[in-house]
Design a protein around this ligand. Structure first.
Ligand SMILES: [Fe+2]
Length: 339
């Protein structure tokens, strides 16, 4: 098997380049480093499915966030300059690739959850901000708030943060304080606006008033926090954690849709509708099996509904390669499974 995408270390170094033939020893080493999976296949084909943000930029951002958060943990003040620089690169790339539908997959090692999550939430929030037609300055502000939304976690004890089991109610009380801690760290800081600081404070508030820390509702919650709440929920659900496996993008999108329904009303409906209109539940390049038994590859987004995608059918129900692959729109992805 050939590696379809370059694998980077946590600090952004190339571990294995795309195109390398994967040996057993590489797999062992990657496992030891905590990588649960890699992309395999033809690197040229994989190139056709560009990501909104280059993997090298994403890795650099993770490294910057990790360093900055660790410095705060050790008692230094938060250095916003390097974060602002990498956030600007992320915004530039997402804006330049605005036609790219976000491939909603991510492969990373477990120990990096907070950092990788912060960067993903930033990327998804920027994508949402573009779809919501925010202007450039506002986008950069939103991106800053999004990447720093969980910075308050540096003040939460690690035994709570990394506990591989459900938290006790006392531990939950402490965990919830990361919102206030984050706001306190960011408030009045040079290079971070008040509304960006409020993302840390409000990203767990819910439109129906069921959130924390202040049980704000509806218009009491800033748009930035509503956007980040959607991005945060989505990325948290699809990520593998120590104590559970992440759900598929499709399953997560269904839950998010429900959370914005009239009965639930936790997430902002307009933000969620915009999100669903701009993502594809199975990333381009995914191999899927249809309920007809045919096997193909997702090549793009279908019509309006979030569960419709375009599939290039390559094999018939008996596994025979088709001489002429055909592209069809699958209207209801519930009939397909990733293979
Ligand atoms: Fe949070």
């Amino acid at each position: 098997m050939q590696l379809a995408r370059t694998v980077y270390s946590a600090d952004g170094r190339v571990l294995l380049s795309a195109g390398v033939v994967i040996k057993e020893s590489y797999i062992d080493r990657l496992r030891k480093l905590g990588f649960p999976a890699v992309y395999v296949g033809d690197p040229v084909e994989a190139e056709a499915f560009r990501e909104a943000v280059r993997e090298s930029t994403r890795r650099r951002a993770i490294a910057v966030v990790k360093r900055s958060f660790n410095e705060v943990k050790l008692g230094s003040s938060l250095q916003l300059e390097p974060i602002a620089q990498v956030v600007n690169d992320i915004v530039d790339e997402v804006v330049a690739n605005r036609e790219v539908i976000l491939p909603l997959t991510d492969i990373r090692s477990h120990d990096e959850y907070t950092f990788g999550h912060s960067v993903n939430v930033c990327i998804i929030s920027v994508m949402l901000g573009i779809a919501l037609e925010l202007d450039d300055l506002t986008l950069r502000d939103l991106a800053m708030g999004a990447i720093l939304h969980d910075v308050g976690k540096v003040k939460v004890p690690e035994e709570i943060l990394l506990k591989p089991a459900p938290l006790t109610s006392k531990e939950w009380t402490e965990m919830r304080k990361h919102t206030l801690y984050g706001f306190q760290l960011l408030r009045g800081g040079d290079g971070v606006s008040s509304r960006a600081a409020h993302v840390a404070y409000q990203h767990h508030e819910r439109s129906d008033g069921s959130g924390y820390p202040r049980a704000l509702a509806g218009n009491g919650i800033h748009l930035f926090a509503k956007i980040v709440a959607v991005a945060d929920t989505y990325d948290a659900m699809t990520s593998d954690r120590i104590y559970r496996k992440g759900v598929t993008p499709f399953a997560a999108l269904k839950v998010i849709k429900e959370l914005a329904s009239e009965e639930s009303g936790q997430l902002d409906k307009h933000v969620v509708d915009t999100f669903l209109a701009n993502v594809v539940p199975y990333p381009p390049g995914s191999k899927v099996r249809l309920n007809t038994g045919e096997v193909g590859m997702v090549v793009g987004k279908g019509a309006n509904s979030f569960d419709s995608v375009m599939v290039e059918v390559k094999y018939d129900a008996y596994g025979r390669a088709l001489s002429k692959p055909t592209i069809i729109t699958v209207l209801n992805m519930r009939v397909a499974h990733m293979v």
